[in-house]
Design a protein around this ligand. Structure first.
Ligand SMILES: Nc1ncnc2c1ncn2[C@@H]1O[C@H](COP(=O)(O)OP(=O)(O)O)[C@@H](O)[C@H]1O
Ligand SMILES: [Mg+2]
Length: 234
């Protein structure tokens, strides 16, 4: 998905196609809307506006889920900020085809203001904060006072803030972020995520008293006869 913010130097990367954006009526997009609805219903007692997406290990679909979910929230007409908070293996700049000279880390280290660093995406209402340069001390940066201030400032501007994070079992970052957001979406990759690892990851989230908003079962094969296959017109 390309961007249309003129302030951003053009990247040669055309970006990846997000299913929630290019095929909003597909069964998969419908599933993302179900997750969105579930999150909205979790908001009854406590407002849920800052949401992180994580999983136990790498390559399980965190970034894919975070981006599509962000598109799905933006399609509600809400102003959404997607933050690439995976400071170990950032990918949002590739997905959206932009450069990553400045980003989240530039805001946290106060080198750039939030409004000058966020870029507009082609999806109406969806804004992106790429990771920015990778710092030597991601965990320290994420537990800093400026992280708290970043969340506060972002909440004043955006209705929903979605944060893509590294794997829970690899580094402390997601636990640190979990402490500062309203809830967590946990991704499990069907046929890949080990049950023990998923349990361990869930314990880590419980340790920081994170509100588990839901589990996304990624890559689950949909049978042709399943009721949600081609639900709704193309
Ligand atoms: N359900 C799926 N079917 C096919 N490919 C997928 C699926 N989910 C993720 N992928 C691909 O797998 C790779 C890893 O996904 P990604 O979302 O980047 O994982 P993570 O952020 O957890 O490391 C990406 O190339 C992505 O496009
Ligand atoms: Mg990722």
């Amino acid at each position: 998905m390309a961007l249309r913010n003129k302030k951003q130097p053009k990247s040669n990367n055309p970006g990846r196609k997000l299913i929630a954006s290019i095929a909003p009526k597909s069964p998969i997009s419908e599933q993302f809307r179900t997750i969105r609805t579930n999150i909205q219903f979790s908001s009854i007692d406590h407002e849920i506006r800052t949401i992180m997406v994580t999983s136990s290990g790498p390559g399980e679909g965190k970034s894919t889920t975070a981006s599509n979910l962000a598109v799905t929230f933006a399609q509600l007409g809400k102003k959404v900020l997607l933050v690439d908070a995976d400071l170990r293996k950032p990918t949002a700049h590739h997905t959206f085809g932009v450069n990553n000279l400045f980003g989240f880390t530039s805001v946290l280290t106060r080198q750039r203001s939030l409004d000058k660093t966020v870029v507009e995406t082609e999806e109406q209402n969806l804004y992106l904060l790429t990771s920015g340069p990778i710092p030597p001390n991601p965990a320290e940066l994420l537990s800093s006072k400026s992280m708290e201030q970043f969340i506060e400032e972002a909440k004043e501007i955006y209705d929903y803030i979605l944060l893509d994070t590294p794997p829970l079992l690899a580094v402390a970052d997601p636990q640190i972020i979990a402490n500062q957001v309203d809830g967590t979406v946990f991704v499990v990759y069907s046929g890949k995520t080990e049950i023990d690892q998923a349990k361990k990851a869930k314990e880590l989230l419980q340790n920081v008293k994170s509100k588990l908003l839901g589990v996304v079962l990624n890559n689950k094969q949909i049978q042709k006869g399943d009721y949600y296959y081609y639900y709704g017109a193309k």
